[in-house]
Ligand binder design. Structure first.
Ligand SMILES: Nc1ncnc2c1ncn2[C@@H]1O[C@H](COP(=O)(O)OP(=O)(O)O)[C@@H](O)[C@H]1O
Ligand code: SF4
Ligand SMILES: [Mg+2]
Length: 368
């Protein structure tokens, strides 16, 4: 096993909710990231998945301190990131670059590709030697499969796939070690998605990059991730080797996510487990007590409301799961029950909302 490039320990990012016009009173918090610990090894791809709003982007931004974490430790290549200040922090930022869903959407449409790429170099004082800059831009564009002629073009002249290549070039031009790719292919057609995913893989091989790839869709991270972390409401509920997670999902939430991915074989498709999640993601400003997933979990027990499960190692495979009953669920000793969607409200006085029971199961089948 290679060394860890990134180590995150018990990271929390809480956003205060303010009220009042005259006095800035904090009336609560959004627990966007609420105790995440993970390691990313040098040269690997860590895929982070979970529903929209579960805190993935905040975790990525917290790692770069684009949002300031509330507590926890971040170590990058042995450096304590949270203690960096001023110039040290600026120099550190160059080592981690982000790729966004549509990296050109937020940029000035009158800015040419050349000026977009040079902008990052300028921020780090790397723009003075004109000939060296030109070489650097050309070789970076070449590595993402674009000709040097795009330098004089403008964002609107490109297709979605080309724009994402420019976004990747913009990150690469600074020579980073880690790339945090936040939903890098979510805005692209499926046929183009594969090209961009393959490009990321090729660049990793040739440049020895480490990736944190964030996606709301398991299908996107499946083929490129060495390790996959599944996030739910601010914390990791499961983490495993990519293949292992698909072969043996342990957490009820992971099982539900996987059961939503269609399988091309109609025989298998007809017989497999299907778990439709009841209700919506609860608000991260008022997360349920105990296990955060309990309001939607078809196996939840009384203990789940009282005790928050820790992410623990399941067996010697290294797979980690945050569920009190992972063993019993896996063996079939604990059976699914019907879940009624329960809305968690910030004020305890209001009655719980009861939605339709939405769990579909195939009791004739053995537990996977
Ligand atoms: N700057 C912010 N201030 C307040 N709340 C925020 C801020 N950024 C994100 N959030 C909230 O934190 C939660 C997690 O958001 P986010 O990390 O964007 O989720 P994801 O990327 O998984 O969709 C959401 O409820 C979101 O509204
Ligand atoms: S701890 Fe309880 S509620 Fe949470 S996933 Fe496990 S069984 Fe479900
Ligand atoms: Mg996001």
């Amino acid at each position: 096993m290679s060394e860890a490039l990134v180590e995150i320990e018990d990271l929390k990012v809480h956003f205060p909710i303010k009220s009042g016009l005259l006095f800035d009173r904090t009336v609560g918090h959004v627990y966007a990231v609420d105790g995440v610990s993970l390691r990313i090894r040098r040269g690997e791809t860590y895929g982070l998945v979970g529903e929209s709003g579960c805190g993935k982007s905040t975790l990525g931004r917290g790692l770069l301190r684009l949002v300031e974490p509330t507590s926890g430790r971040i170590t990058f290549d042995g450096t304590d990131v949270r203690s960096l200040k001023g110039e040290q922090m600026r120099r550190f930022r160059r080592r981690i670059q982000m790729v966004f869903q549509d990296p050109l959407a937020s940029l000035d449409p009158r800015q040419s590709v050349e000026s977009l790429l040079v902008e990052g170099l300028k921020a780090h004082g790397l723009h003075r030697d004109k000939a060296a800059v030109r070489d650097r831009l050309r070789s970076t564009l070449d590595s993402v499969g674009l000709p040097a002629s795009v330098l004089n073009k403008y964002p609107h002249e490109f297709s979605g796939g080309q724009r994402q290549r420019i976004g990747i070039a913009r990150a690469l031009v600074l020579g980073p070690e880690l790339i945090v790719a936040d939903e890098p292919v979510s805005a692209l057609d499926v046929s183009i998605q594969a090209q961009v995913v393959n490009l990321l893989g090729d660049l990793q091989d040739s440049l020895g990059l480490t990736y944190l790839v964030i996606a709301h869709d398991l299908a996107v991270v499946r083929h490129i991730s060495d390790t996959i972390g599944v996030m739910y409401l601010g914390s990791l509920v499961e983490e495993a080797d990519g293949d292992q997670l698909y072969e043996r999902p342990l957490h009820p939430y992971t099982r539900a996510l996987l059961s939503a991915v269609p399988i091309p074989d109609p025989y298998v498709e007809d017989r497999r487990e299907r778990i439709l999640l009841a209700g919506d993601l609860p608000s991260p400003a008022a997360p349920p007590s105990g296990c955060r997933f309990r309001t939607r979990c078809p196996w939840s027990q009384d203990r789940c409301a009282r005790e928050r499960p820790e992410l623990r190692v399941f067996d010697d495979s290294g797979q980690r799961v945050a569920c009190h009953f992972a063993e019993e669920i896996r063996s079939g000793a604990l059976r699914m029950h019907e879940v009624r969607a329960e809305l968690v409200r910030p004020d305890a006085d209001s009655p719980p909302d009861v939605g339709a029971g939405l769990i579909q199961t195939r009791p004739d089948l053995p537990a996977p």
